[in-house]
Design a protein around this ligand. Structure first.
Ligand SMILES: Cc1cc2nc3c(=O)[nH]c(=O)nc-3n(C[C@H](O)[C@H](O)[C@H](O)COP(=O)(O)O)c2cc1C
Length: 175
């Protein structure tokens, strides 16, 4: 099988997620290509792929515009073949924020008209050491709604086992 993973990332966590998925898929004996949505060109040929994974992270309640554009542009292809969405956000990892994580995906689906066969809401990472003032304030007061973020250290919330299980289940549906 030949799969394509298209990813959007702002601080790098979703690239890490996409790379981990690619390693797991190769480990199962399949071919996989990774495409950064920020670099795709309109002449891209996609017809030879058997299945697609779209992975994107949430910033200010939206997934990357480049990913939305890609999915919108290739809606028919994605709808005609097995496809999965991995939505990376802080809300997916925070207790009591699951509804927000689902809302981002619902919005993405209604915007693009693409209904992925499978969806994973996956926790991302906090990178306080890399944030500027605005980013830090947004994460603390809008995303975490003023909850105590604990010591302001970088922290990875991504559940790698959940990702591996999701990858296996998706491959099983592709056949
Ligand atoms: C400025 C900023 C805004 C964010 N906005 C949201 C948000 O609205 N909802 C959410 O759940 N997570 C939000 N996050 C958390 C990111 O989704 C999380 O850090 C994720 O790991 C980023 O993935 P990336 O490194 O692939 O871009 C935000 C993070 C930053 C820095």
């Amino acid at each position: 099988m030949n799969l394509l993973i298209v990813y959007g990332t702002t601080e790098g966590q979703t690239r890490k997620v996409a790379e981990r998925m690619a390693t797991d898929i190769r480990g199962r004996g399949h071919r996989v290509e990774l495409l950064d949505s920020a670099k795709f060109t309109p002449d891209l040929k996609l017809g030879h792929f058997d299945a697609f994974v779209i992975a994107a992270s949430v910033h200010q309640e939206h997934h990357q515009e480049a990913v939305t554009t890609f999915v919108f542009a290739h809606h028919d292809l994605l709808s005609g073949k097995p496809s999965a969405l991995v939505s990376v956000s802080l809300s997916a990892a925070l207790e009591g924020h699951g509804a927000a994580a689902r809302k981002y995906v619902d919005h993405f689906v209604s915007l693009t008209g693409w209904q992925p066969r499978m969806t994973l809401l996956l926790g991302g990472a906090l990178r306080f050491t890399k944030y500027d003032y605005f980013q830090e304030q947004f994460v603390k007061f809008v995303v975490m709604k003023g909850e105590d973020p604990g010591p302001e250290q970088d922290h990875e919330f991504t559940d790698w086992n959940a990702l591996a299980g999701f990858t296996d289940r998706f491959l099983a549906t592709v056949g």
